[in-house]
Design a protein around this ligand. Structure first.
Ligand code: B12
Length: 261
């Protein structure tokens, strides 16, 4: 999915501005949804699933599939019609507005405009053991035909991998005098990711020796740019992010802070 930049923004001009869900005809408002109820599988629970969806405001509700997933839990697929519409002209999306540079362009900009390697430190924090996301951004082989940070000659990239305590990450940021810190959180159960991400920022504020210009970035499959900004980060990147998108943001933000762009 990734994020759209200005130049790639979806062209909405050829669409009707007021839209609803498409099932098999324009404007039929048909929606398919799935959920689990903590009930045994049977006709009563099927009726419960139908009522549950009707209470959400759907009409013409049909339970098209139900399956016991254990003794006391049943999974449902339900179809229903909504009367809700969205006017896409009113949609506002908070997104990074910088251009995305290529691998060569990023290196060239750092070399010519900054004149030294940028130091970037990454980790997946807390008890979270998922390394694949942070590796996709850092590992030399990269992700989706896009080289990772370790291949950039003008980045000094340190990937601390997973289950890194926020205290250790802060120490590393100070020891390396990092220009940017990149945090991954994949486990989001009970909003644990928000607690950990905020804990890192609090610790950073109370630690001396951190560069006042440190660029703070977080990412993960359930992290949006808008959420990251609201938590106090400079940017947040979600599913499908490519390393060059993140490197472009870092370079753009670094130059902006240095008054050089
Ligand atoms: C592989 C995997 C594992 C492996 C991890 C191996 C490893 N070395 O990483 C193992 C088996 C260890 C594992 C364990 C667990 N897992 Co797991 N795992 C997955 C799985 C199948 C794929 C994750 C993955 O690798 N995605 C591929 C990467 C490339 O995608 P990504 O992480 O989204 O990263 C991209 C972007 O998000 C972004 N990004 C990510 N981080 C960052 C950081 C920055 C700075 C930036 C800029 C961008 C960025 O860029 C990346 C590239 O585009 C997912 C389900 C799924 N299909 O997604 C479940 C999943 C993530 N796991 C889950 C769970 C629950 C667990 C366990 C708790 C299970 C258990 N009960 O033990 C444990 C966790 C243990 C722990 N302490 O953390 C849940 C999380 C639910 C939630 N919302 O919290 C998922 C969603 C499965 C599910 N549907 O329930 N898991």
């Amino acid at each position: 999915m990734g994020f759209f930049h200005k130049k790639e923004e979806a062209n909405l001009e050829h669409h009707e501005p007021v839209i609803t869900a498409y099932g098999d005809q324009m404007n039929d408002g048909m929606v398919q949804m799935s959920f689990t109820l903590p009930t045994t599988c049977g006709l009563e629970s099927k009726e419960a699933a139908k009522l549950f969806v009707e209470k959400m405001g759907f009409e013409k509700v049909m339970v098209t599939h139900m399956e016991a997933i254990s003794d006391n839990f049943t999974f449902f697929v339900v179809y229903g019609k909504t009367n809700q519409h969205i006017d896409i002209r009113e949609i506002k999306v908070v997104r990074p507005e910088h251009p995305v540079f290529s691998f060569d362009e990023i290196n060239e900009v750092i070399e010519k405009k900054i004149g030294r390697k940028l130091v970037v430190v990454g980790a997946c924090i807390g008890s979270d053991a998922h390394t694949v996301g942070i590796d996709a951004i850092f590992n030399m082989k990269g992700f989706r035909h896009d080289w990772g940070f370790e291949r950039y000659p003008w980045l000094s990239a340190y990937n601390l991998r997973a289950q890194v305590a926020v205290e250790d990450l802060v120490q590393k940021v100070v020891a390396l005098n990092a220009d940017a810190v990149l945090i991954s959180r994949v486990v989001t159960q009970r909003d644990e990711h928000i607690i950990e991400l905020k804990k890192f920022l609090d610790l950073l504020k109370n630690t001396s020796g951190v560069s006042p210009h440190l660029i703070k970035i977080c990412g993960g499959p359930r992290i949006s740019f808008e959420d990251a900004i609201s938590w106090g980060y400079d940017a947040g990147f979600g599913p499908g992010t490519k390393p060059s998108e993140v490197a472009s943001f870092i370079v753009h933000e670094f130059l902006k802070r240095a008054g050089k762009n």
